[in-house]
Write a new protein. Structure first.
Length: 261
């Protein structure tokens, strides 16, 4: 009987050691498949438009601080937003998400809307067809309640038609619904999809941009489509393209369309 009791005690102690060892890295579900999401070069984790992910920043082992990395396959002429929400962690500077390449930080996150207490956002315009990373890291040892949610949005608007040929011209009307200025680029493409011209713009807080596209020398006499990339975040803008037919006075509206999710 004494041998049996000693065996049980030994097994219990061994299980406790294993549990403690497993808790050192504080792996969440996204760390379970090697390689984990703890570094830029080897993460398998990828953020895609509209999908939510729940992570934690649990650490342990004295000095272990967790860091989670996620890949974004950005594309040219487009814009993106990554939203972070965490009531347990809040918005301490060392928990804010940041945009990274493997060489270093590109852009830091900001409170989502003014004085937001537990939500942050990174908004950016793509610089080309390349991977970029969103990193969230811990600035102090965290427990198993250090949960946060992250969600990626492609924020680009599409306009399937503009026409500055023959007797028509197209006005682009863009409303900024946010309390902060929004900047971006309007990309013009011909019917074959070839890029014609990119026009930078800024819309004041709660302001409206009215752009006569026929007045842009690069797209005068052209027709095709537009993409509107911006740093306002998903849903920040609304608007339409209005084709005017001078001969008849008719107008034809085409709504700016965000990517659905």
């Amino acid at each position: 009987m004494k041998t049996t009791i000693r065996t049980i005690h030994a097994l219990t102690a061994a299980m406790a050691v294993l549990c403690c060892a497993a808790g050192v890295r504080g792996d969440d579900i996204w760390d379970q498949t090697a390689p984990s999401d703890d570094g830029c070069a080897d993460t398998n984790n990828e953020l895609i438009h509209g999908a939510r992910q729940v992570h934690d920043l649990q650490g342990g082992g004295g000095t272990f601080l967790d860091a989670d990395w996620a890949r974004v396959q950005q594309r040219k002429y487009r814009s993106y937003e990554a939203r972070y929400v965490s009531s347990p962690l809040g918005l301490a500077a060392n928990h804010m998400p940041a945009l990274h390449t493997c060489a270093g930080q590109v852009k830091a996150g900001q409170p989502y809307d003014g004085a937001a207490q537990d939500a942050s956002s990174i908004r950016w315009l793509s610089t080309g067809d390349s991977d970029i990373f969103v990193r969230v890291r811990s600035g102090a040892i965290q427990g198993n309640l250090s949960l946060y949610e992250i969600q990626l949005f492609e924020t680009t608007y599409s306009v399937p038609r503009f026409n500055n040929s023959a007797t028509q011209l197209t006005l682009l009307v863009v409303q900024n619904t946010r309390a902060d200025a929004v900047a971006g680029e309007i990309h013009f493409f011909d019917a074959s999809g070839s890029a014609i011209y990119s026009h930078a713009f800024t819309v004041a807080a709660r302001g409206v941009l009215v752009l006569n596209t026929a007045g842009l020398a690069q797209v005068a006499g052209q027709s095709g489509s537009m993409l509107v990339a911006h740093d306002g975040g998903y849903g920040a803008l609304s608007g339409k393209a209005v084709a005017l037919e001078a001969a008849t006075g008719f107008t034809f509206d085409t709504v700016l369309s965000p990517k659905p999710y």
